[in-house]
Design a protein. Structure first.
Length: 726
């Protein structure tokens, strides 16, 4: 529902919002410019300035202070009156006051769309739409990130406009909420729907004590009033009034021109105070910093409108650009696509073209376009991404509801391909929901659910081969994910462990390209290494930091591993292509709470990096599992050094081969009492290694936490349980 609200409001009122944002940006810039050009005067009192003005301009009638600090004096003339700008320090006339016709036009556009009072309700509608978009956008972003608490955490690195749409929206959200809420209030007050308190008339004094007029600078009420609080000051006329009329930011009243005392003062009521607050929030009256923030938010609103519209247009174009799309009621194979950013459609298009070329009638559509039935269909092929941490992508937001109401026959066979990121806890979580619901509807599986991690070409090729065999035709899917900018990485050193094994491990240290700007990285970040042109990069956890002067990773050689073999055989001094990828979700939190680090195999790399940097000797307990200890293992000497100098509190090793064979999760069970004590102290757990190992560790931790009335899920919500699995 939130996705549809967000989409429909954007499409229906997008132009109106863009006009409001663009005009708001211009107005914010003009306000900020006024602050920068206005002379410094706010340390003066109203009495001091008024006395100078009376001496220099005896025909002055009124003094107004603009929100940016500019002073405007109204002077009596034979023809009526003139308004001039004056210097508060010298009372000299700077020049005539002439409002900018351009700014007046922009202001009218912003407030009433150049339609007069009839356009104010449209401006109010724009403010209401912005408020609804901000709230629905916050809801969608929280879903994507995995919970409201993650709105303040770094967003996982990504590419393309969709990623930057989320990043900009997250930081602009608070200001957009304030701007929309205050704009909605001002629109309502301008229409009389909300009282602004300005209908309360100030009662003029009926009698004033006859006291000779004194110099304004000697009048205590004016002398004690700071110029920055003034809105308007009316001077007594030469032959009538013997009092000043004063209007400030908090109220208004009259000051005796002879005694300098307040004749009366009427503070603003609650309605007027609310109006003044909303006005200041919406216009940045009185705050140059807030005007800069509002201008930035207006710019962000324009960016969000453009990127959101482009993303929608791209999805529409991709969903309609399938050549030879057979009618749904006549197709033998139905391809349904759940896509957030559009790349899933690229795979669907490849599949569609190859099946159609084999002579099979194929119909492709988004998952939200699921039909109640497909009379001629034999195969239902679903390719779906997962939005955020387990949610439906935008083009599949209503699929499960449609599936529950469909009349799909049990003769239909289905295959689900899930595309996601294994760094999320619920990797391909939405694809799992789809497969489960298809089974509940009695639809037979053509293939079991297959998951693709970050466009891995091996995963894609394997699924295409299996699907091709099931359908009796050759199929091939080519990776289409965007590749990060690569740079040459020169190998400085390689240290190999377990060379007698079939899968030895190596510590590799690379120098970055000196011609590139200095890069920032830390243990737990990722190094993406390209195994060759056109192939998706492989990701390795980094053990070093930028101040170490090299990027250090630990890689186990896999018999069928294209990239791992390349790295193990790379000569020292030679280069590979790669890039650094931030991974802020896998780092210890700051503070002195204990750390429990758990890893296996090459997953030790980021953990040793955390231990290296533990110069404050924070309690750090490291558990690691390997194959055997006889031939040594990566970082063996350095682990003992960290243990000796206090950077490491405890080291728990487990080896799966040998006389006392055990896995790292078995070692955790042995230390259950100590781990429970650490968890009670608020310990944070970081796990790095294979998906199978991580599942075993999670099961042990669930058992330990159950005794304390907790769970791993609770720790994850608190940011105290983090995984980097592969």
């Amino acid at each position: 529902m939130s996705q549809r609200i967000h989409l429909y409001l954007s499409l229906a009122l997008g132009l109106l919002l863009m006009l409001s944002a663009a005009s708001g940006l211009v107005l914010s810039a003009s306000v900020l410019s006024g602050y920068l050009q206005a002379p410094a005067s706010d340390t003066q009192s109203v009495g001091q300035v008024a006395e100078r003005l009376v001496q220099q301009l005896p025909n002055i009638e009124r003094l107004e202070r603009a929100p940016d600090g500019e002073l405007r004096a109204t002077l009596a003339t034979a023809e009526g009156s003139d308004q001039v700008r004056v210097d508060p320090l010298t009372a000299a006339v700077i020049g005539p006051y002439q409002p900018s016709a351009t700014l007046s036009w922009v202001r009218d556009l912003h407030r009433e769309l150049l339609l007069g009072s009839a356009g104010r309700w449209l401006s109010g509608l724009a403010a209401l739409a912005l408020l609804a978009l901000a709230v629905s956008g916050a809801w969608l972003l929280a879903r994507r990130l995995g919970g409201w608490h993650r709105l303040l955490l770094p967003i996982k690195p990504g590419q393309g406009l969709a990623h930057w749409h989320s990043v900009v929206a997250r930081w602009a959200l608070p200001v957009l909420l304030v701007s929309a809420g205050s704009g909605l209030y001002l629109a309502g007050s301008s229409q009389g729907w909300i009282s602004d308190g300005q209908d309360v008339e100030l009662a003029y004094p009926e009698t004033v004590d006859a006291v000779p007029a004194a110099a304004p600078g000697t009048l205590s009420a004016l002398r004690n009033l700071e110029l920055q609080d003034l809105r308007e000051l009316e001077f007594p006329s030469a032959n009538q009034a013997s009092y000043f009329t004063v209007r400030t930011a908090t109220g208004e009243g009259f000051v005796n021109a002879g005694s300098g005392n307040w004749i009366s003062y009427q503070p603003h009521g609650p309605a007027r105070q609310l109006y003044e607050t909303m006005y200041e929030l919406h216009t940045a009256a009185g705050s140059p910093m807030w005007s800069l923030i509002l201008g930035t938010a207006s710019l962000a609103c324009l960016f969000l409108g453009i990127t959101g519209t482009f993303a929608w247009w791209r999805r529409q174009r991709q969903s309609r650009s399938v050549a030879g799309n057979s009618p749904a009621q006549q197709a033998e194979a139905i391809i349904l696509v759940g896509s957030q950013g559009g790349s899933t459609w690229d795979y669907a298009r490849q599949l569609h073209e190859q099946l159609a070329a084999s002579g099979m009638p194929v119909h492709s559509a988004s998952m939200n376009q699921l039909q109640p039935s497909y009379p001629q269909a034999r195969y239902l092929l679903i390719l779906t991404a997962t939005h955020g941490d387990g949610q439906a992508p935008q083009s599949a937001s209503t699929f499960l509801q449609r599936l529950a109401q469909s009349r799909l026959t049990p003769e239909l066979q289905a295959a689900v391909l899930g595309l996601g990121d294994s760094r999320f806890q619920h990797f391909c979580g939405y694809a799992e929901q789809v497969e489960e619901q298809l089974g509940a509807r009695g639809i037979k599986p053509l293939l079991a659910l297959h998951k693709v991690d970050r466009g891995n070409p091996g995963d894609l090729e394997l699924w295409a081969q299996r699907l091709g065999r099931a359908l009796g035709t050759d199929l091939k899917l080519t990776p289409v994910q965007s590749t990060p900018a690569l740079q040459p990485l020169r190998l400085l050193s390689r240290e190999v462990f377990g060379e007698a094994d079939e899968a030895p491990a190596a510590i590799l240290r690379f120098a970055l390209d000196a011609g590139q700007p200095p890069a920032r990285f830390a243990p737990g970040d990722l190094l993406a290494v390209s195994p060759g042109p056109g192939l998706a990069p492989r990701y390795y956890s980094i053990a070093s930091a930028d101040e170490d002067g090299a990027v250090e990773i630990c890689v186990r050689r896999q018999p069928q591993g294209l990239c791992s073999q390349l790295l193990h055989e790379l000569p020292v001094g030679a280069c590979v292509q790669g890039s650094l990828q931030p991974h802020p979700d896998f780092r210890p939190d700051a503070g002195q709470h204990p750390l429990i680090l758990v890893g296996a195999g090459t997953g030790l790399a980021p953990l040793i990096g955390f231990a290296r940097k533990n110069l404050a000797q924070r309690p750090l307990h490291l558990y690691w599992g390997g194959r055997h200890a006889q031939a040594g293992f990566p970082y063996q000497t350095e682990l003992q050094e960290c243990l000796a100098d206090g950077r490491l509190t405890r080291l728990g090793l487990a080896f799966s081969q040998g006389p006392a064979a055990m896995y790292v999760q078995d070692r955790l069970r042995q230390d259950a009492a100590e781990l429970q004590r650490l968890l009670a102290q608020g310990a944070q757990i970081l796990v790095c290694g294979s998906r199978e190992m991580a599942a075993g560790v999670r099961a042990v931790m669930e058992a330990l936490l159950a005794g304390q009335g907790g769970s791993v899920e609770q720790l994850k919500q608190q940011g105290r349980y983090r995984e980097d699995v592969y």
